[in-house]
Write a protein that binds this ligand. Structure first.
Ligand code: NAD
Length: 286
């Protein structure tokens, strides 16, 4: 089985971004800038935001983070977004999800100028993705497609099984696979007899957030597994399928797989950085 090394792939992408930013600096232009907004203080969200901020700066780009209290009035959040939308020095805006329950997340996300929507979750960007003309792609699905491509895994004509239909991962991933001419089965929590479906998949992408969702024997011999899930268990981080318990049996069964950790996770942040740079470039070439 080939181990699909997301960490190494993400490193290469980040090195390329860093090089481009270096060139932008060398010719005296301002560097790309990301604005991050965190509402509330969920410890996992704080740590994700810190890590995005750190990566952005390590690549030579600017990053400004806004920490807002969990009881900030929604109108105040919208006002800040408007200010960032109109700020010509901000190329991309990211609102760390999930927002506390009492906010209308869709309304807030749709308030971002879609040309600055770093996560690709604005209604306009969702629509463009469905039409096959994405302006910006959501980071995790973009990372998955990049991993398939850079590892020489052909998608056209294959049967891809996607497990999970969230707006963040499953749904846009299924769309991107369809656009690349895969035959896609999208499974979710109401799907019956999941292993019967995964057994006929050439490529299986799991994003359910349920450890032990499937066993190695639930895959076709030689299939490709992209395990997106990050489950915190007593034994550490595990995917929906990939774990220290299943690793050996998966190695016997599969053609290729992403590990957890070290698979899709590092790609998500690299793709976010790529989106920031791409938005900067589009803006400055117009
Ligand atoms: P979500 O909870 O929004 O969606 C989960 C989806 O899985 C739902 O559509 C649900 O119907 C489906 N599902 C749940 N149980 C199922 C079952 N038993 N059988 C079939 N389908 C089932 O979650 P999400 O935001 O899409 O994230 C999914 C997982 O991916 C989580 O573990 C999350 O931590 C991880 N994730 C990882 C990255 C990364 O960078 N690696 C990025 C985002 C999310």
């Amino acid at each position: 089985m080939k181990l699909i090394d997301g960490k190494a792939c993400a490193q290469q992408i980040k090195a390329q971004i860093s090089k481009e930013v270096e060139m932008i600096k060398a010719i005296g232009f301002r560097v790309p800038k990301l604005a991050i907004m965190l509402v509330g203080d969920r410890p996992d969200s704080v740590s994700y935001v810190r890590s995005k901020e750190k990566t952005c700066k390590s690549l030579g780009m600017d990053c400004q983070t806004y920490f807002l209290a969990a009881d900030t009035p929604e109108e105040e959040i919208l006002k800040l977004i408007e200010k960032l939308n109109n700020d010509r020095t901000i190329d991309a805006i990211l609102i760390q999800l999930p927002l506390p329950d009492h906010y209308d997340s869709a309304r807030i996300l749709d308030f971002i100028d879609y040309r600055k929507d770093a996560d690709g979750l604005h209604l306009m960007n969702v629509g463009l993705l469905h039409l096959g003309e994405p302006y910006v792609m959501p980071c995790t699905p973009k990372g998955i497609m990049t991993l398939l491509e850079t590892n020489g895994i052909e998608v056209a004509g294959k049967h891809a099984v996607v497990i999970g239909r969230s707006q963040l991962v499953g749904e846009p991933t299924a769309q991107l696979l369809i656009r690349q001419n895969a035959t896609v089965t999208l499974c979710h929590s109401h799907t019956r007899n999941l292993p019967e479906i995964t057994k006929i998949g050439d490529i299986v992408i799991t994003a359910a957030g349920k450890p032990n969702l499937l066993k190695p024997e639930d895959f076709k011999e030689g299939a490709v597994l992209i395990d997106v899930a990050i489950n915190r268990t007593d034994e550490g981080l595990e995917g929906d399928v990939y774990s220290p318990r299943t690793r050996e049996a998966l190695e016997q069964r599969l053609g290729a797989a992403t590990p957890v950790p070290g698979g899709v996770g590092p790609m998500t942040i690299a793709m976010l950085m790529q989106n920031v740079l791409d938005m900067y470039k589009i803006k400055n070439h117009n």
